[in-house]
Design a protein around this ligand. Structure first.
Ligand SMILES: *Cc1c(COP(=O)(O)O)cnc(C)c1O
Length: 345
């Protein structure tokens, strides 16, 4: 059976985690939400657990339930969306730690699971999730246990020169200094901002997968697309929907088995190539839902498959070609790919 194949090198993910960990003097957690940014959360998180990671983050309680099954009892699994209505039984049965984001969530949690662990998110200016300073002051009136940790999230950490970083850092310090709580502020971008952003542990996600803003990261993903059919086209013939490409020389066109339904966004087509080992071959015509045409005229031998993600053309490059960010390319990688793991020693 031939299908498009997404290969992740787990040893590279481990190396990226270790490199991010080495940039700080504190603990380093791992963010594996959205199925480890499209790579497969069970395999990625198990590998990270094997090199000593004990604290994990996902977005939803349902993701946490699956992660608990993969990791067993030892790991701390934190739920960034907190405790939403209907989450209590999932949180309790899988022993998940919700990161509570509002007074409503705090009250819901204390009522449903009064003895279960929780963490707290504080809003320091992003206005996405978290308790506002006034809520935070109000919380002191509520009789509750101690949070496992308190955290906040930076809105502009991918831009080290942005004034928002220092502003949020100051707000976070004002809200938490002197309380003796375990604290976390930095994701990948925050780690790179320097030690005052590190606190007790960091929460990298994208850097583990080798993408910007962690420019020193190693490439993790290879995506190989099988060629279904090859044809010769004459000068003046066109390829694909809307006739956007016309042969200017006698050409050999390979049609590969993936398309925008697999996360290879239509917008990346014009600038993107597929690779036969070291040789780039341009995409021709529109990317379709399940198919892409590639000009393989210059190859001496047409292989069985071509690569669209590799060390030459990373997720960040595809992102630039499509006018988006590496995060969106990775998390769009489709369910139809067979995921294969290397470096799992
Ligand atoms: C996604 C996320 C992270 C990880 O961010 P990266 O930029 O991928 O490192 C950390 N903390 C929170 C709150 C997040 O939502």
């Amino acid at each position: 059976m031939t299908s498009p194949c997404l290969t992740l090198d787990l040893s590279k993910i481990a190396a990226n985690w270790a490199a991010l960990d080495a940039l700080t003097a504190c603990e380093t957690a791992a963010v594996v939400k959205a199925d480890a940014y499209g790579g497969g959360a069970s395999a990625v998180a198990r590998h990270l657990q094997g090199i000593g990671v004990t604290r994990f983050f996902v977005a939803l309680a349902t993701e946490g339930v699956a992660l608990r099954q993969a990791l067993g009892e030892g790991a701390e699994i934190n739920i960034l969306s907190g405790h939403m209505a209907g989450d209590a039984s999932c949180l309790a049965s899988a022993r998940l730690t919700p990161v509570l984001n509002s007074l409503d969530q705090v009250l819901r949690h204390l009522e449903a699971l009064p003895t279960a662990p929780f963490a707290l998110q504080l809003d320091t200016g992003m206005n996405r999730l978290g308790l506002e300073p006034s809520d935070w002051a109000g919380l002191r009136q509520i009789k509750m246990g101690s949070p496992t940790f308190v955290m906040s999230h930076l809105a502009c950490a991918d831009d080290p020169s942005h004034a928002m970083n220092a502003k949020q850092l100051n707000t976070f310090k004002e809200m938490t200094d002197g309380l003796g709580l375990t604290r976390s502020l930095a994701a990948t971008g925050g780690i790179l901002l320097g030690p005052e952003y590190h606190f007790d542990f960091t929460r990298p996600g994208i850097g583990l997968y080798g993408c910007a803003p962690f420019s020193a990261g190693q490439v993790v993903h290879h995506l190989t697309l099988p060629i279904i059919q090859t044809r010769d086209v004459a000068v003046g013939e066109t390829v694909g929907y809307s006739n956007t490409w016309t042969a200017e020389r006698p050409s050999r066109i390979a049609t590969v088995a993936a398309g925008y339904a697999d996360g290879l966004h239509r917008a990346m087509g014009a600038k993107t190539q597929l690779w036969a080992n070291e040789i780039p071959c341009p995409i021709v015509g529109r990317i379709s839902m399940d198919l892409i045409g590639v000009d393989v005229t210059d190859l001496a031998d047409v292989p069985d498959s071509l690569e669209i993600l590799n060390q030459h053309q990373t997720a960040d490059v595809l992102a630039a070609n499509a006018g988006t960010i590496g995060y969106e390319i990775l998390t769009s990688l489709g369910a139809r790919y067979t995921r294969v793991y290397e470096g799992n020693t």
